[in-house]
Design a protein around this ligand. Structure first.
Ligand SMILES: *[C@@H]1O[C@H](CO)[C@@H](O)[C@H](O)[C@H]1NC(C)=O
Ligand SMILES: *[C@@H]1O[C@H](CO)[C@@H](O)[C@H](O)[C@H]1NC(C)=O
Length: 407
């Protein structure tokens, strides 16, 4: 017996037994009725739909791809995507959403791609995506009205591989710790200013990090230490004049670094970088970072600098640590202020632990200026502490004794 003809809405074209339904540019104000249950791919792009109502797609249990981009969607009702157990891709970019329609994502147990780019979303609250832990790709680029991202915004996204937060006016890198499988992170086009250690905590799987045109003026010591799997780093088109000594040393897989269009100051502080580029980067992928200053070296490639271009001196500890007698329970500080923030600073503790800037051990941390800070000393902290400051010309150490007496 011949199968009954499958319905096709008047505004759409249907093919492959109505598994592909295309209804683009029809000035639709609503999702059309009578879409075939066979539909796997539904394209409603470039219409005038404003509201996605509860149960709109409820019968489309085979639907895999739903495209609602370039409409006027300002509201997605709770239950709008009910009955879509096979939905893989949901596109909502270029719409008028002011909030993330978190509750509507319930039961989308196979969703892998969610596109929310270019919506006037103002905040990303806690657990915004925890109903869709299956997500692999999340596009939140060009959220130009974004003012707030909660510390727990990305909680639950344990399968996410790609996240776009480019062009979102971010002044800080949000808490990305939950994204344990993230491989690619786009943060370009923001206004980050400084990149601090700990910003990438938890991102041990990250392979590519894009930070172009992000107004980065300073990268702090040890800022990238958490990125053990990083292969590609793009820092082009920023305001960087220098980078801290051996910044890339912990990144054993790093092989592509883009540094062009930054006002590099070519002096002893970038000599390590010049060596690193020559040794680590086989081809010429990082070729085009050039000196901006001093005038005599302007236009030279960073990878072509020679130690003979300038005289380098071992670092100076401007404010060395002083011996300290304190009572148990007090706070304490051992100073180790250096002439420039571009040296690397490490502290060796009495039990042999090496501490770097940004590392944190319960009560002890190394502050940005090199200070070893104790929130609350114990008698066991007693002993010798050595600060080691390194640059391309060598290292300088200073030692002090901390003596903690029982309260
Ligand atoms: C950042 O997220 C992690 C894991 O999701 C959480 O444990 C941590 O408390 C968050 N940090 C802050 C400062 O809230
Ligand atoms: C690397 O690129 C620079 C600038 O484009 C060029 O002058 C140089 O010859 C290149 N080196 C190699 C080994 O290709």
């Amino acid at each position: 017996a011949a199968a009954a003809p499958t319905p096709c809405p008047a505004a759409c074209t249907c093919s492959n037994q109505a598994s592909r339904v295309i209804c683009t540019r029809r000035e639709l104000l609503e999702v059309p009725q009578s879409i075939s249950v066979n539909t796997r791919y539904l394209n409603l792009q470039e219409n005038h739909i404003q509201v996605i109502r509860t149960d709109t797609f409820k019968h489309l249990r085979h639907l895999e791809i739903l495209q609602l981009s370039r409409n006027l969607v300002r509201k997605v009702e709770v239950g709008a995507f009910n009955g879509l157990p096979n939905l893989n891709t949901l596109e909502l970019f270029d719409n008028r959403l002011t909030t993330v329609p978190t509750q509507a994502f319930e039961y989308l147990s196979k969703l892998r791609e969610l596109w929310l780019r270019n919506n006037p979303i103002e905040s990303i609250p806690s657990y915004a995506f925890n109903r869709v832990p299956s997500l692999r790709r999340l596009d939140l680029g060009e959220l130009k009205r974004l003012e707030y991202i909660s510390e727990a915004a990305f909680e639950g996204l344990v399968n996410l591989r790609y996240l776009n937060l480019g062009m979102c006016n971010l002044k800080e890198i949000p808490n990305l710790t939950a994204l344990v499988r993230l491989e690619e992170l786009e943060l370009s086009g923001n206004r980050l200013g400084r990149v601090r250690p700990g910003s990438f905590q938890g991102l041990g799987s990250l392979r590519k990090l894009w930070l172009m045109h992000a107004r980065v003026a300073a990268v702090e010591r040890n800022a990238f230490d958490d990125l053990k799997a990083l292969e590609e780093l793009n820092l082009a088109h920023n305001d960087l004049a220098s980078l801290p000594h051996d910044l890339f040393a912990p990144l054993h897989r790093l092989e592509r670094v883009h540094l062009h269009h930054n006002p590099w100051r070519c002096d002893c502080d970038v000599l390590w970088l010049s060596w690193w580029l020559r040794e680590t980067v086989p081809s010429n992928t990082s070729c085009c970072a050039r000196c901006h200053a001093p005038p005599a070296l302007r236009g030279r490639y960073l990878g072509e600098l020679e130690p003979g271009h300038f005289t380098c001196y071992a670092p100076v500890i401007v404010e060395p640590p002083a011996d300290l007698n304190v009572t148990e329970g007090m706070a304490a500080e051992l100073k180790c202020r250096t002439g420039t923030a571009m040296t690397s600073v490490n502290w060796l503790t009495p039990n042999g632990t090496l501490m770097t800037h940004g590392s944190y051990r319960v009560r002890i941390s190394v502050l940005h200026d090199g200070t070893l800070n104790f929130t609350n000393v114990t008698v066991q902290d007693t002993g010798q502490y050595t600060c080691m400051v390194t640059n391309a010309a060598g290292n300088t150490t200073a030692t002090a004794t901390l003596n903690v007496s029982a309260a």
